[in-house]
Design a protein around this ligand. Structure first.
Ligand SMILES: *Cc1c(COP(=O)(O)O)cnc(C)c1O
Length: 423
């Protein structure tokens, strides 16, 4: 199909979009009385309209039942989190027993390191991407120091080539082979937060494990964005937040994946708490920890039910739509956005450059040559919500759940006006 940068064409694409009705199921902020073009789904997903009722339900149960809500609420709190495992497992390509929801992302990274970063002898190195998300860098450095190693020796970063904006898979694989029996762990962001690159998780996992390392993934920018098959890929562990593409609200609970081969193992080191103990005997308050046979063994505390409720609400939508349909629309909408960017690039000076490689999800990162933060401020004033990263990259993440093709067109027009007006 020949794409066109016109409103009529964008509206035709919207009319053909099987997911178009879902836009109405989200709350959009307004600027100047008009719903914004929202491209920040990679930072904080919009609020689904159904979410309020899930939170209200918990608040009402608490008000009317108090402590009895633990067992007698319609959705009892003591096992509330269990409702998330099945739909969440589908989103990340796992078995329900391999996933749970607990804590927040960086906390979970630390907890998983306890189990899966076990340096011994010469095998103490960790492979990651250069310029990983800061929290991941701090987490890795502090873990390495905690084990008595020097981060500059223990953390090996795969670099991009001079003049390139992405990591080459062959560089990662070669580094893994080179480190061989010195490599304890590979831990990379499955989708890079800055350039939107999707890593070849299947192959990297396979090669990492072949040299005897554990392989884990930070899926903050991957969960709900790309198709994952964590179980089949044999990933050792993964964790992600729920407030980006999973639309569960600011700072909300994190998801965890632990491959089934690590479940039910009595000798795996782990920081433990009562919510990881067997349900059947949990309330006997025994001194001896008997772990759950599933990923819940890693849980420490009883679930923050008021926070988990929006995650459950959001998963209901994912369950309805499914990742396949989301990915199909995502590809169309991002291709259309790319087309529009290229069309506009022909009409403006200075130009810009898309730095996201072909292996991508919903995010396009655009490097603005000679443009500054004032352009970003202009976009925001015009009701186009994007994300700005120093020095001059804007990140555009049109979530397929709620963004329309018309949004892509409107964005293009505002961008063009902003650059031409030299704001
Ligand atoms: C968003 C993000 C985080 C945020 O961590 P929190 O603990 O949820 O604050 C961490 N790592 C990556 C890669 C992210 O994209």
């Amino acid at each position: 199909m020949q794409l066109q940068n016109t409103l009529a064409f964008a509206q035709t694409l919207d009319a053909q979009d099987p997911l178009r009705a879902y836009r109405d199921q989200f709350h959009f902020p307004k600027v100047g009385g008009r719903e914004v073009v929202y491209f920040a789904g990679n930072s904080l997903g919009l609020q689904p309209k159904v979410t309020q009722s899930y939170v209200d339900e918990v608040m009402t149960d608490w008000r009317e039942l108090a402590v009895e809500g633990h067992f007698y609420a319609d959705k009892p709190w003591w096992d509330y989190h269990e409702r998330l495992a099945k739909p969440l497992a589908k989103v990340v390509g796992a078995k329900p027993e391999e996933v749970t929801v607990m804590n927040t992302l960086t906390v979970n990274l630390h907890l998983l390191m306890v189990s899966f970063y076990r340096p011994k002898g010469k095998r103490f190195k960790i492979l990651c991407e250069e310029k990983a998300f800061p929290s991941d860098q701090y987490m890795l450095q502090s873990q390495v120091r905690f084990h008595g190693y020097d981060p500059s020796e223990a953390i090996v970063e795969v670099k991009k080539h001079q003049g390139e904006h992405f990591w080459r898979s062959e560089d990662i694989l070669a580094k893994i082979e080179e480190l061989g029996d010195e490599l304890a762990l590979v831990l990379i962001g499955g989708v890079n937060y800055y350039n939107g690159q999707v890593f070849d998780m299947k192959t990297i996992t396979e090669v990492g494990q072949k040299v005897g390392a554990k392989v884990g993934w930070d899926l903050a920018h991957a969960a709900g964005n790309i198709k994952l098959a964590l179980h089949d890929w044999g990933v050792d562990f993964a964790t992600w937040c729920s407030y980006k593409y999973m639309n569960s609200g600011p700072g909300n609970a994190s998801g965890v994946f632990i491959h089934e081969r690590h479940l039910g193992q009595r000798d795996i080191p782990r920081f433990e708490g009562w919510w990881g103990a067997k349900k059947e005997t949990r309330f006997l308050m025994r001194p001896q920890f008997e772990p759950m046979d599933n990923a819940e063994a890693w849980q420490l505390s009883n679930a923050p039910v008021i926070a988990v409720a929006p995650y459950l609400a959001s998963l209901q939508l994912f369950e309805e739509v499914g990742m396949d349909a989301l990915v199909e629309k995502r590809n169309k909408i991002v291709d259309y956005l790319e087309f529009i960017l290229k069309e506009i690039d022909k009409e403006v000076d200075p130009t810009f450059e898309i730095i996201t490689p072909e292996d991508r999800g919903t995010q396009l990162s655009v490097f603005l040559h000679g443009e500054g933060r004032s352009l970003f401020d202009y976009l925001m004033r015009q009701g186009v919500i994007v994300d700005w990263r120093e020095p001059n990259v804007i990140r555009l993440a049109p979530a397929p759940f709620y963004c329309s093709f018309e949004d892509m067109y409107r964005f293009g027009q505002v961008l063009k006006e902003g650059i031409l007006a030299k704001v």
